[in-house]
Ligand binder design. Structure first.
Ligand code: MG
Length: 204
């Protein structure tokens, strides 16, 4: 899509086909209420979802501690030294995130929440039309995100999960395991798949 052609230069791990799928479902969902994203990194997926929210004058809450996952830290596979913060010894994606959101004119429609997703969930009372889970991929982080947020989605709303790899050779298991847990709960049905992005619809 033309409006996303500038996204190539933005740091991140969201494939354009997956991003456009997120945009499409966000466009439908955000007519009914705000959307929440867990795991923004530098804001690539946030821009796909946020652009849809902007079209419907809705909001995207974007939760990220902005200190990166384990695999983003120094010495790991997905480390980017441009994001390294020598003061903390960790990466800091927040300045880059804000710059990217600003460059797509989305500051009014994207509300960054720089905190821990489980703690935020504890006090969260706003019904959500869609939740996108792309936070930590450890078993603990992935299950925490699903367990604490899935009941905040409205009926007929969407749950999107990134990095779902049914074949273990393609990637880590926890996102796939929470996808299975969602289906087995009887509260969600599989709706669409684009590469490693799964879209589920809330049915209860
Ligand atoms: Mg991801």
């Amino acid at each position: 899509m033309k409006q996303f052609s500038n996204l190539k230069s933005i740091k991140g791990f969201m494939d354009p086909d997956e991003g456009e799928c997120l945009y499409r479902f966000s466009l439908e969902a955000s007519k009914k209420g705000p959307i929440l994203e867990i795991g923004s990194y530098c804001g690539k997926s946030t821009i796909y979802i946020g652009t849809a929210c902007k079209e419907n004058n809705s909001l995207l809450y974007a939760i990220d501690h902005h200190t990166g996952s384990e695999e983003n830290q120094i010495g790991w596979e997905y480390h980017d030294e441009e994001l390294f913060d020598s003061e903390t010894g960790k990466i800091n994606t927040f300045p880059e995130f804000r710059k990217n959101i600003r460059s797509f004119d989305l500051e009014k429609f994207v509300i960054p929440i720089v905190s821990d997703s489980v703690l935020v969930a504890k006090y969260w009372t706003i019904n959500l039309s869609m939740v996108f889970i792309d936070g930590g991929h450890s078993e603990e982080a992935a299950f925490n995100d699903f367990d604490n947020w899935n009941d905040k989605i409205i009926n007929n709303g969407f749950l999107a999960i990134h990095d779902v790899f049914p074949n273990p050779d393609d990637g880590g298991r926890p996102p796939y395991e929470i996808f299975l847990k969602a289906i087995n709960s009887g509260k969600f049905k599989e709706y669409e798949t684009v590469k490693s992005l799964k879209i589920l619809k809330k049915i209860l």
